[in-house]
Design a protein around this ligand. Structure first.
Ligand SMILES: [Zn+2]
Length: 545
């Protein structure tokens, strides 16, 4: 039992805005009252629900490939030496599994959603996820370039496609469906891309990215998954992609969707020399589509590692930068590309990207629909989130940073005209309450009775030379105090959230021969065994509307 007393509580899901009140915890949940147990005096501190990361990359084959591609990280990154319950690990841009858990928890974030898993490597992803301590986890299945699904969508057989997707979700033991550059990754097998929403792409005669997007969004809704289709739109990173992004929003009218890392999809201009912010147009369209949520995918200057299933984009980035490049093709399912990258404040394109992420966060009206991410480690590392919070909360600080940008970049952005400042209440929404709601995790992102007791307690003033929210004084995960004075003091194991949508039991008979024909792995070895997930928790599907 635990009582947190005297702290200023920010709990937007329950309308609590900086009210000094006690918070009581028993058996891992928030309760109305406790009679005894430890008391934490949080006077002069702020009490937040634990952070929820709606889109990050922390586990699986692509991450391991990325870790191998930046061996220099082992010299420069923060080392986590083992001690107490802690195991050793390496921080940096692509932290190893144990360090990932310590870094997230050490910042007050307690739930993470790994955004890209192919079925074929889901076993690896789950092995790494249960090696990632403290935080609760979920992951999303890559479906927009899976050849079995695409063939069914091309044939117009949406019903069978739905059973296949449901079976794949069940086989991979995941939480939701991700679409990355629909059709583009399939076309990349022939060195092509899919950049026009209504044109067919290499390997297909009538299927288009638009049909994949609307088909998968419909399937996710029909399966009543708690989180909507999680979509990485076509033409990521490309100047002028604002047109594709807005067209995609129009396609999704009448269906739910989450648009991932919107910053990378909000560029105007028509070439690298004319590239400019398209954030105003994208935000205006987004504000008019209440069926959508999004995350920022904000960029911070400094080191990053770009990791995405969007293979054709990564090849282009490699050609533009001449940096190291890795490409993987995952049989009939998807691929991925990896390019280590440095965002530079004197580079005009990078300066525009930095501004666009912040502009979207400031121009999208409803904080319940836009969430804080960097698409870790693509736009910057998750452990730098407090820097973005500072930029959102302090307009003077923001304007000082804008002055450092090249003049040519300042002409291409609107950030200097925006005076909005986020309140602490709104920060609690975009870091916790909003993403939890979008994920459909009803016990996350709030501090009402019955909520999971995931709590972060921060000083009301930043530490000397640091940022507010960098070093929580206490972090409580599922009722256990895991961080004290900014240091991980106890290591617990998180859970993995999964869903089990229904499907026609005969669908395996449809899939099996396709396997024997096209896959290198036998069908029997394909599904992830439930025992592989050490602490799975099945989340209920949404009620039918
Ligand atoms: Zn991503």
């Amino acid at each position: 039992m635990l009582r947190i007393t005297g702290g200023r509580v920010y709990d937007p899901a329950n309308g609590v805005d900086g009210v000094v009140k006690d918070l009581c915890i028993e058996d891992g949940r928030v309760v109305k009252n406790v009679e005894s147990g430890r008391t934490i005096n949080a006077s002069g501190m702020m009490v937040f629900p634990g952070g929820v990361d709606v889109h990050t990359h922390v586990a699986g084959g692509a991450l391991n490939f990325a870790r191998g591609l930046v061996p220099e990280n082992q010299r420069v990154a923060r080392k986590f030496l083992h001690g107490g319950d802690r195991r050793s690990g390496i921080g940096g841009m692509t932290p190893t599994t144990f360090a990932t858990g310590y870094l997230y928890a050490g910042m007050g974030w307690t739930t993470v959603n790994e955004a890209a898993v192919p079925v074929l490597s889901a076993k690896h992803t789950h092995e790494e996820l249960h090696d990632t301590p403290i935080v609760d986890k979920s992951c999303l299945l890559l479906m927009a370039n899976n050849e079995i699904v695409l063939d069914l969508l091309e044939a117009g057989d949406l019903e069978r496609a739905r059973h296949v997707v449901a079976w794949m979700i069940s086989a991979a033991k995941v939480y939701g469906v991700k679409a990355v550059n629909p059709g583009g990754v399939a076309a990349w097998k022939w060195g092509k891309n899919a950049s026009a929403l209504h044109e067919s792409f290499e390997g297909y005669s009538s299927l288009t990215p638009a049909k994949i997007v609307s088909g998968l969004a419909q399937i996710v809704d029909d399966l009543q998954l708690p989180h909507p289709l999680h979509l990485h739109c076509n033409n990521l990173g490309v100047p002028g992609n604002v047109a594709t992004t807005i067209e995609t929003m129009q396609l999704l009218e009448g269906r739910r969707a989450h648009l991932a890392h919107l910053q990378f999809h909000a560029y105007g201009g028509d070439s690298w020399t004319t590239m400019r912010s398209g954030a105003a147009a994208v935000a205006e369209a987004f504000n008019a589509h209440p069926n959508l949520t999004t995350d920022a995918g904000a960029v911070l200057f400094g080191d990053a590692v770009t990791i995405t299933a969007d293979g054709p984009w990564q090849h282009l980035l490699y050609q533009l930068t001449g940096r190291k490049w890795g490409n993987l093709d995952v049989e009939n399912e998807t691929g991925c590309g990896i390019v280590p990258y440095v965002y530079k404040d004197h580079n005009i394109v990078n300066a525009v990207q930095w501004a666009v992420g912040l502009e979207l966060l400031l121009l999208i009206d409803d904080p319940w629909r836009v969430f804080l991410t960097t698409d870790h480690p693509n736009g910057g590392c998750f452990w730098r989130y407090p820097e973005i919070v500072q930029l959102l909360m302090d307009v003077d600080f923001r304007k000082e940073q804008i002055k450092k940008l090249p003049a040519a970049a300042r002409e291409r952005i609107v950030l200097a005209d925006l005076d909005r400042q986020y309140s602490l209440y709104e920060i609690a929404i975009i870091t916790s309450a909003g993403p939890a709601r979008s994920l459909g995790l009803s016990r996350k992102g709030h501090l009402g009775a019955g909520a999971d007791a995931d709590v972060a307690i921060y000083p009301e003033q930043p530490d000397e030379g640091g940022f507010l929210f960098s070093y929580p004084r206490y972090v409580i995960k599922a009722g256990a105090v895991v961080v004290e004075e900014g240091d991980v003091t106890a290591v617990t194991e998180g859970r993995e959230f999964i869903v089990q949508p229904g499907y026609d039991s005969g669908i395996a008979d449809f899939i099996r021969p396709l396997f024997e024909q096209a896959y290198t792995m036998s069908f029997e070895n394909y599904p992830v065994e439930i025992e592989r997930l050490k602490r799975p928790e099945q989340i209920t599907l949404r009620p039918a509307e």
